[in-house]
Ligand binder design. Structure first.
Ligand code: GTP
Ligand code: MG
Length: 374
């Protein structure tokens, strides 16, 4: 199989590696046992050594993963699943406070500098109906994280503070949602502030193509206050109704796949990865490959109750997962595989590809033209 190393080439042919290296040297190449051979060299080498070889390219592991991800789910296997809702909006417009109010938490007050640095993912039940919420950072340094939030989302709640109105990151959030093809619900937030005029913000939004339903358009806009709780029941109703209209469904009985929202190395816990399951059901013991990481899931925890173990994560459920061998890049997709050796091989292959990309970048920076530039 190609590409191959001198070692695997020699092994495949049943020859001592030294003999292959000697022949390579005769051919004018000084190589070591770990050097990679391209097909042309390998063919020439085989001819020189007087052996017949056939080459076959190795199956592309990315295509395999793609095939697992896209494996069709028969219509009868699909069951309703909760909507995944992401809060997007300008910094300080109240995304975290709104989610806190919904959850009965108080995270916003504890945040460093009042700015969300991490993706939060929670599932809550309202009147027996689960909804999954993602809270994203509003600071512009976190655009990528926000884009990621929009990508595994069914509905975006665009939070616009009525005292501030449409701001640069409001517009950016709109384009993320549009790029991801995700419908928008607007929370006109901070309506408790005296002298604010939500209609002014509705006008601004209309100018950007988001026309409120009360003006004959198709965007639900709810006046909310994270302070008083005004409008929050209406917001939740709107989200549940939209979820029902979209008839969101998933196959619960297949090997799980989904997205790693973020991951970090935590003292005493090892690699903790925040997974959002999108298809299938994830369980402890499952073997996963996620970006450049792989492993067998040791334990899963509820992000809302970090010490509560979870035995099953169905579609749209966020879980904190322990058991990966290294920290995958946030936004990486994960899939469950049967075979740990295969998972390792794919993760290693990706790591190798990443290394090669880095090397290629370094090389492309050092050219004859710029080598001596100062
Ligand atoms: P980033 O995470 O930095 O993007 O901000 P955020 O959108 O999550 O805003 P956050 O919830 O941290 O709120 C910012 C500030 O606005 C805090 O001081 C909140 O107390 C305040 N705030 C949020 N919602 C409301 C509201 O409805 N009314 C009033 N009066 N203040 C609010
Ligand atoms: Mg926040």
């Amino acid at each position: 199989e190609l590409p191959c190393t001198v070692r695997s080439f020699a092994e495949a042919l049943g020859l001592p590696a030294q003999k292959v290296l000697a022949k390579l040297f005769e051919m004018g190449t000084l190589a070591n046992i770990n050097a990679t051979l391209d097909q042309a060299t390998a063919e020439l080498l085989a001819a020189e050594l007087g052996v017949d070889v056939t080459f076959r390219a190795e199956a592309d592991p990315e295509e395999e993963i793609e095939a697992i991800w896209n494996a069709p789910d028969p219509e009868e296997s699909l069951r309703p699943r909760p909507p995944v809702v992401t809060f997007l909006g300008h910094v300080d417009h109240g995304k975290t406070s709104l989610l806190d109010k919904i959850l009965g938490l108080n995270v916003a007050a504890k945040e460093k500098g009042g700015i969300t640095q991490h993706i939060r993912a929670y599932q809550v039940e309202k009147n027996g109906r689960p909804i999954t919420f993602l809270d994203t950072p509003g600071h512009e340094a976190f655009t990528a994280m926000r884009a990621r939030g929009a990508n595994c989302t069914d509905i975006v709640v665009l939070v616009v503070a009525v005292d501030d109105g449409v701001m640069p990151q409001t517009e950016e959030a709109i384009s993320h949602a549009r790029a991801a093809g995700v419908p928008i619900v607007v929370a006109l937030n901070k309506v408790d502030l005296p002298g604010t005029r939500p209609e002014r913000v509705m006008q601004q939004l209309t100018g950007l193509g988001l026309v409120p339903t009360e003006w004959g358009g198709d965007v639900e806009m709810v006046r909310t206050s994270a302070l008083t709780g005004q409008g929050i029941p209406e917001l939740l109703d709107t989200l549940i109704t939209l979820g029902d209209i979209f008839e969101l469904k998933a196959n619960y009985d297949r090997p799980a796949c989904g997205t790693c929202l973020e991951a970090s190395l935590q003292p005493g816990r090892g690699v903790v990865a925040k997974f959002l399951v999108q298809k299938g059901t994830l369980r402890p013991g499952d073997i996963v490959v996620c970006g450049t990481a792989h492993g067998r899931i040791k334990a899963m925890y509820d992000p809302l109750q970090p010490h509560k173990r979870v035995q099953e994560a169905p579609p749209a459920r966020p879980v904190d997962v322990i058991g990966l061998d290294n920290v995958p890049e946030a936004g990486s997709r994960f899939v469950v595989l049967e075979d740990i050796a295969k998972a390792r091989k794919i993760a290693e292959h990706r790591m190798e590809m990443a290394r090669q990309r880095e090397l290629a970048q370094v090389r492309s920076h050092v050219t004859l033209e710029n080598l001596f530039e100062r």
